[in-house]
Design a protein around this ligand. Structure first.
Ligand SMILES: *[C@@H]1O[C@H](CO)[C@@H](O)[C@H](O)[C@H]1NC(C)=O
Ligand SMILES: *[C@@H]1O[C@H](CO)[C@@H](O)[C@H](O)[C@H]1NC(C)=O
Ligand SMILES: *[C@@H]1O[C@H](CO)[C@@H](O)[C@H](O)[C@H]1NC(C)=O
Ligand SMILES: *[C@@H]1O[C@H](CO)[C@@H](O)[C@H](O)[C@H]1NC(C)=O
Ligand SMILES: *[C@@H]1O[C@H](CO)[C@@H](O)[C@H](O)[C@H]1NC(C)=O
Length: 267
């Protein structure tokens, strides 16, 4: 593969950069964007992948069965990396995308309730500083009913409407949220995960995510396998791999054809 010919050395470098930076990444998105659903709701799951040849599939763990695949294992309608499912309570669980080689995407925790109230909260981690709107919905009544919102079991807001906005979220807003509509009932609880800005990563919460791209972890809440962190760790792995490859290739090219040195110095 390595020829002594300099343009091809460069070509190898470019190729390897592209490969090492674009493979094995996917992002699981949920539509409609919510972590809670009523029975009978239609949910679309999608692995947004950089490398479709990696063969991404959608998988899930529920309380009954582990690591089952969309389409083939008795749930969902799957075509490649997308999956449609009409959900029932037994579909509650952790969902993720997995490539043939093993790397996994972010995980999302979906809860389907047989009850009549859901909390519509962000299913993906939210960025520090963003505004987050929580919506408390009933299955039957379309109108905007007064709702109470709770975080980690404590009342945080008793509203005259069905929604509340948390402005400029910070790490301290991370937690387990639910809502309650008088006369209709309580929603299930869902985690809201807040990720630090890439530049000033808060050390306060040690979320063990650094290996989330390579090992289907026994780790952590799914919330902590945040897209951002995945991207950051993939990014740094990428840079490292690239540096090593660069050094090796440059040496290889030098070794094979010393007179190519000049051209290389121009890089
Ligand atoms: C899922 O549903 C969407 C919208 O109804 C449709 O466009 C898409 O083709 C479906 N995907 C699969 C895999 O069935
Ligand atoms: C919310 O406020 C209403 C009206 O003030 C009150 O009746 C209700 O009990 C409050 N709910 C909670 C959960 O505190
Ligand atoms: C949120 O509540 C306000 C009333 O306070 C209402 O005007 C608005 O439509 C509600 N938003 C949603 C998404 O229901
Ligand atoms: C799914 O279940 C398998 C088998 O119990 C377990 O090893 C794995 O960690 C689980 N994955 C998630 C994302 O919970
Ligand atoms: C998913 O969310 C539920 C409810 O918040 C939580 O109890 C559970 O631990 C989460 N699942 C995982 C794998 O962390």
């Amino acid at each position: 593969m390595f020829t002594s010919n300099q343009p091809e050395c460069h070509f190898s470098l470019v190729l390897i950069s592209l490969l090492s930076c674009t493979t094995n990444q996917a992002r699981l998105t949920v539509s409609p964007s919510s972590s809670q659903f009523f029975e009978g709701d239609f949910v679309s799951l999608n692995c947004e992948e950089d490398d479709s040849s990696a063969g991404w599939t959608l998988r899930r763990n529920t309380s009954k069965r582990q690591r089952t695949q969309c389409g083939g294992d008795g749930w969902g309608e799957g075509a490649g990396s997308s999956c449609n499912i009409t959900v029932f309570t037994q579909d509650s669980g952790v969902y993720w995308c997995e490539s043939r080689e093993g790397p996994i995407s972010n995980m999302v925790n979906l809860t389907v309730t047989g009850g009549s109230v859901i909390l519509q909260s962000p299913v993906l981690p939210v960025m520090e500083g963003d505004d987050v709107t929580l919506l408390c919905k009933t299955k039957t009544t379309p109108s905007n009913l007064p709702a109470a919102f709770y975080k980690d079991g404590s009342l945080i807001s008793n509203r005259t409407s069905n929604n509340m906005t948390i402005q400029h979220v910070s790490r301290s807003d991370e937690g387990l949220y639910k809502c309650d509509i008088s006369g209709h009932g309580e929603s299930p609880s869902s985690w809201i995960t807040v990720t630090g800005k890439p530049t000033n990563k808060s050390p306060s919460t040690p979320t063990p995510v650094s290996t989330s791209t390579s090992i289907p972890t026994s780790a952590t809440r799914p919330g902590s396998s945040v897209l951002l962190h995945v991207l950051i760790s993939v990014g740094s792995v990428c840079v490292l791999v690239l540096l090593v490859l660069l050094v090796l290739l440059v040496r290889q090219c030098n070794h094979r054809k010393p007179e190519a040195d000049q051209g290389k110095a121009a890089r």
